[in-house]
Design a protein around this ligand. Structure first.
Ligand code: SF4
Length: 147
C-alpha cells in the first residue's frame, strides 16, 4: 500500500477502471468542455476547469519519488488527470513526462483522458513525441476507447 503522497487531490477524484493500479496525477482540474448534459463528473464548483500550475505538478512528481524512495520503482503506471490532460500544450506535457521518467523510473505506461478535438489539435509529430516520452494511451471518457 502506498503511503500518503504529496499530491494535491481535489475531490471527487475519478479513477478509470483500467487505471485501478495507477498513480493518479492531476495535471488539470475538471474538463475543459464540461457541457455534456448527461455528465456530472466535473460539475462541482471546486472542479471548474483549470490547468494546474506547472511548478506544483513537477514538485508533486519529484516529492512523490522522494517519499517512495526505493519503492518508487514499484509505480508502473501513471494516469494524468482530470478529464482532459491533452488540452495542455505539448511542451508542458513533455516536461511532465520527463519528470515522471526521472523521479518514477519504474513507470512503463502513462495514460490520460482526452477530448477528440484536443487530440486533433496536436500534430502527428507532437503525438509521436508524446508517445516516445511515455504517453501511450489517450482515451475519451465516454467509451474508454484507445485512440
Ligand atoms: S467531455 Fe467527458 S468529462 Fe467532459 S463533460 Fe463530456 S463526458 Fe464529461
Amino acid at each position: 500500500m502506498l503511503p500518503i503522497l504529496p499530491i494535491r487531490y481535489v475531490e471527487p477524484v475519478f479513477r478509470p477502471p483500467s487505471e485501478a493500479h495507477s498513480l493518479i496525477l492531476p495535471v488539470t482540474d475538471g474538463c475543459s468542455w464540461n457541457k455534456c448534459t448527461f455528465c456530472e463528473m466535473y460539475t462541482a464548483p471546486q472542479k471548474s476547469f483549470r490547468a494546474r500550475d506547472e511548478t506544483e505538478v513537477l514538485e508533486s512528481i519529484a516529492r512523490t519519488g522522494e517519499r517512495l524512495g526505493d519503492e518508487a520503482i514499484d509505480v508502473r503506471r501513471v494516469f494524468l488527470a482530470d478529464g482532459d490532460a491533452l488540452v495542455l500544450p505539448t511542451r508542458r506535457l513533455l516536461t511532465v513526462l520527463q519528470a515522471i521518467r526521472e523521479h518514477l523510473p519504474g513507470v512503463r505506461r502513462v495514460s490520460t483522458y482526452c477530448l477528440p478535438r484536443n487530440l486533433r489539435k496536436k500534430t502527428v509529430g507532437e503525438l509521436r513525441e508524446l508517445a516516445a516520452a511515455g504517453l501511450t494511451i489517450a482515451s475519451d471518457d465516454l467509451t474508454s476507447r484507445i485512440l
